[in-house]
Design a protein around this ligand. Structure first.
Ligand code: ZN
Length: 430
């Protein structure tokens, strides 16, 4: 028993009281003032192909909140730009599109800084193929993609697996060609040692260019379960296919598992956090089982990697309880990106309440700001994500305060950890 704590307030109650709305109002007023550190975004103009290493396959099904007729997007455009219309009919949307095109044509970094300022976002990670000249490097820090080095061989069988892969694979090949050009590699090196050297140099140079983390969208292509094959096996596969020929599914997977281990090793050496898409995903063939964060347990709990920081983004949604328990490992973090606009604030409140009651020092805000079309851009999704997160965390904490879990001062400290401090500590420690 903790005798020293015996004079603390009574045990927390399972029901919140009638004072929740008042506590919520008081907390929200303070929470609005907390500058946000955004762990994951795709800050971009909609016609910039560097915004992501992926593209949405056609005809994918969208969650209700992200459909074009969500009135919250009109509210976002009004709040950010004074948009004078109540819908996005083409003749109205033109007003907004013209404004954004003019900002893009100016080439200045002031525009995106001003969007962050309006939402009180201090720092923002930009997950992109390359950083854009219109993003201020003081505010936007680059997270680069590394999946492409897992696809060096003839990918015809991979691309033929389904319609989604038919869209994704050529884009991975494009990023790989770009990295080969960056490293002055004209063709695949003659042996695995040469290829590993190319992979490690790519990571090194991306970090030198300002990269603060490397990102994997692997869950879209394969399981997040990575085995630990011996180097000789990877060497044999590389020798067999580097000059041509289509590897079997098993051979390709084993080779990828090996290259992945090289990347984890390099991330540890360079103190570069690794970001993973670990949640549901877009497309018609996404496998929830493959994207489940529990697949990574053998990697994040491997003593060889205890110094590597693993950031499992999108909260593992819908496996959010599994996710927060993954962060019981001291080198694992998660964020509320994507799910923060997939669900409405009432549901986000429920998830954040669970998280903040367990490991408040491992959870971060992420917007996953992304352009949905020429009118509804990353600007509006920044707004939606930031508004949703501030209100949801205020509501979660108001309930906990009313239930007697802790006082309002402690609640604000926890809110600051989620919205800013945990991320600032993770990336600032580099
Ligand atoms: Zn994203």
């Amino acid at each position: 028993m903790l005798c020293g704590a015996s004079r603390a307030a009574a045990q927390a109650k399972p029901l919140a009281g009638t004072d929740v709305p008042q506590i919520y109002d008081r907390l929200l007023k303070q929470i609005e003032k907390i500058p946000i550190y955004d762990n994951h975004s795709h800050a971009t103009f909609p016609d910039d192909s560097d915004m992501d290493a992926m593209a949405a396959p056609p005809d994918e099904s969208s969650v209700l909140r992200l459909r074009d007729d969500n009135p919250e997007f009109v509210a976002a455009a009004k709040a950010l730009f004074g948009y004078p219309y109540a819908d996005f009919k083409p003749e109205h949307a033109k007003w907004l599109i013209d404004k954004k095109k003019a900002a893009e044509a100016s080439g200045s970094t002031a525009y995106w800084d001003s969007i962050l300022d309006k939402l009180n976002i201090e720092t923002c990670l930009a997950n992109r193929v390359a950083l854009a000249p219109y993003l201020d490097p003081k505010r936007f820090h680059w997270v680069f993609f590394m999946d492409s080095v897992m696809f060096p061989f003839d990918n015809r069988a991979q691309a033929a697996r389904n319609g989604d892969m038919g869209v994704y694979i050529p884009l991975q090949e494009k990023v790989l060609r770009r990295y080969m050009k960056q490293e002055n590699v004209s063709g695949l090196p003659a042996d695995l040692a040469g290829y590993e050297d190319f992979v490690r140099r790519t990571v090194e140079d991306n970090q030198k260019k300002g990269g603060v983390a490397m990102k994997f969208e692997a869950a879209y292509f394969r399981s997040l379960y990575f085995s630990d094959p011996p180097r000789e096996t990877a060497e044999e596969i590389y020798a067999k296919y580097h000059a041509g020929g289509v590897p079997s599914a098993d051979e390709y997977r084993i080779f990828q598992d090996y290259v992945f281990r090289v990347l984890v090793d390099e991330a540890g050496k360079r103190n570069l956090p690794m970001h993973f898409h670990s949640a549901v995903g877009i497309g018609d063939y996404f496998s929830m089982r493959n994207g489940n964060p529990l697949n990574l347990e053998n990697v994040v709990r491997d003593p060889r990697y205890s110094k590597v920081k693993f950031v499992l983004i999108h909260g593992g949604y819908p496996y959010t309880l599994d996710m927060i328990w993954m962060t019981a490992a001291k080198n694992v973090y998660t964020d509320s990106s994507l799910m923060g606009y997939y669900v409405y604030p009432s549901e986000l409140k429920r998830i954040l309440k669970q998280w903040i009651s367990l490991f408040p020092d491992r959870m971060m805000f992420g917007s996953d700001a992304f352009p949905f079309n020429d009118a509804v851009g990353a600007e509006e999704t920044f707004w939606l994500a930031a508004r949703s997160a501030r209100t949801a965390i205020a509501a979660a904490l108001a309930e906990l305060v009313s239930e007697g879990a802790f006082n309002e001062q402690k609640a604000l400290e926890l809110a600051r950890m989620y919205l800013h401090d945990n991320a600032a500590k993770l990336y600032g420690a580099q």
